[in-house]
Design a protein around this ligand. Structure first.
Ligand SMILES: Nc1nc2c(ncn2[C@@H]2O[C@H](COP(=O)(O)OP(=O)(O)OP(=O)(O)O)[C@@H](O)[C@H]2O)c(=O)[nH]1
Ligand SMILES: [Mg+2]
Length: 400
């Protein structure tokens, strides 16, 4: 049956894990309203049932306007083949068989890359995510949400048969996430959910870099998501097939959190800012020398004030071209540049006052050695300067 059955399989994208801003359509194809991905690994006993249930539910609301995408990792139980044989009965079904790449999160992204829908979604294929919740999620997106996610931790939600150990591990993982990535994990009650819908335009052009199981974290961290809606659901007992969750998933989750943390912190930008800061110290020294000693013999205070301002101008120019160059090019025009310069100047001045205050606090109040105290004050003020400048002077506006 295998060798001569028609091949309806989708090709696996060989590109990076970027979500296309628009659906990539083959000749004659139209965009759809909704694409739902079902990642599968050894779900032979569940796949027909879930496809039938999902189709029945979605047909009531968006008949002909959606697709179901089964992304299978070459399951030994041939889930992909069973799914493929369902296509004649369910024309909205498409199947991908991945033979080299593995893993739940990348499977979901590969599905979204070939998706034709404006709204992208994911659901487990093992019937643990109740299909009935799907319409509630869909309606939240219709109300305007960028992301609609099913949660086990709302009043109407829960887990049916989880052992104490699994509950504790799950909550522990969430707590760890809250510590490492509060601005991501803290946005939803159930960040571990693998059942959610997201608008394509919230992910358009975003390159994902997930690891393991927790794709929602990646979407929240890298996507442009403003409105989030949550819908409660009870995680069902697995009826057929086996769980793939092992200790490996917990380790990958921690690795994933750290990776996302590092990439969300603008580490590279901060290093550039630091290099520019050093160049400013050099400029300040040279100008001070030239004004005070070298050529002009000006008084020390006046020389220092001019030297500091020249250093500020030096730093501003390098930061504007290099550190924040990508942002500056989006805020063109001389007026914009002058505005950025004035803000930068003001922030640097406030930084100086903060520096003196901190030095006094650390030295006089805490009795820390004055040079060590100065070093700590400089470090803290550099962070402050960087952060405030990032948020105010070179603010990324949402216009484009
Ligand atoms: N393509 C693909 N799908 C996977 C992979 N691992 C798991 N899946 C699918 O992802 C969904 C969730 O996996 P499960 O093992 O059920 O994980 P879970 O629901 O969190 O855990 P249980 O409650 O123990 O079942 C199921 O549809 C799996 O078949 C994988 O490596 N590749
Ligand atoms: Mg499961």
């Amino acid at each position: 049956m295998t060798s001569n059955s028609p091949n309806f399989l989708l090709p696996v994208p060989a590109t990076s894990l970027q979500i296309p801003p628009q659906a990539i359509l083959q000749n004659g194809e139209q965009t759809l309203r909704f694409s739902l991905v079902l990642p599968t690994y050894n779900e032979a006993n569940n796949i027909s049932d879930i496809i039938s249930k999902l189709s029945e539910i979605l047909d009531t609301e968006i008949l002909g306007e959606y697709e179901l995408l089964v992304i299978d990792d070459n399951s030994p139980d041939r889930t992909w083949e069973i799914a493929q044989n369902l296509i004649p009965k369910y024309p909205q079904l498409r199947v991908m068989r991945r033979e080299t790449e593995r893993g739940l999160s990348t499977a979901v992204i590969r599905g979204w890359q070939v998706a034709r829908g404006d709204v992208l979604g994911v659901i487990d294929a093992d019937l643990q995510h109740p299909p009935e919740t799907l319409l509630k999620l869909w309606r939240e997106i219709q109300r305007g949400a960028d992301l609609a996610t099913a949660s086990r931790h709302l009043d109407s939600g829960g887990v049916s048969d989880w052992s104490m150990i699994r509950r504790v591990l799950s909550r522990g993982a969430q707590l760890l996430g809250l510590v490492l990535l509060p601005e991501v994990i803290g946005r939803v009650s159930d960040p571990m959910s693998g059942y959610f819908l997201v608008r394509r335009n919230a992910l358009a052009g975003v390159t994902m870099n997930p690891l393991g199981y927790k794709i929602l974290i990646e979407v929240l961290g890298r996507g442009n998501i403003r409105w989030i809606s949550e819908v409660g659901y009870v995680f069902q007992e697995r009826q057929e097939g086996e769980s793939k969750v092992t200790a490996k998933q917990y380790i990958e989750y921690i690795q994933h959190l750290i990776r996302l943390r590092l990439s969300l912190w603008p580490v590279e930008r901060f290093l550039r800012f630091g290099v520019v800061g050093f160049s400013g110290v050099f400029v300040d020294m040279v100008v001070l020398y030239l004004l005070h000693d070298g050529i002009f013999n000006l008084p020390l205070t006046r020389s220092k004030i001019i030297a500091a301002e020249v250093a500020i101008i030096n730093n501003f120019l390098w930061n504007d071209i290099w550190t924040f160059g990508d942002i500056s090019t989006r805020q063109r025009g001389q007026r914009q540049r002058i505005k950025r310069f004035l803000k930068f100047n003001l922030i640097c001045l406030t930084g100086l006052i903060l520096n003196v205050a901190l030095l006094n606090l650390l030295y006089n109040l805490l009795g820390i050695n004055e040079y060590l105290a100065n070093l700590m004050a400089i470090g803290l003020v550099t962070f402050w300067n960087f952060w405030i400048n990032l948020k105010l002077s070179w603010r990324v506006t949402e216009i484009d």
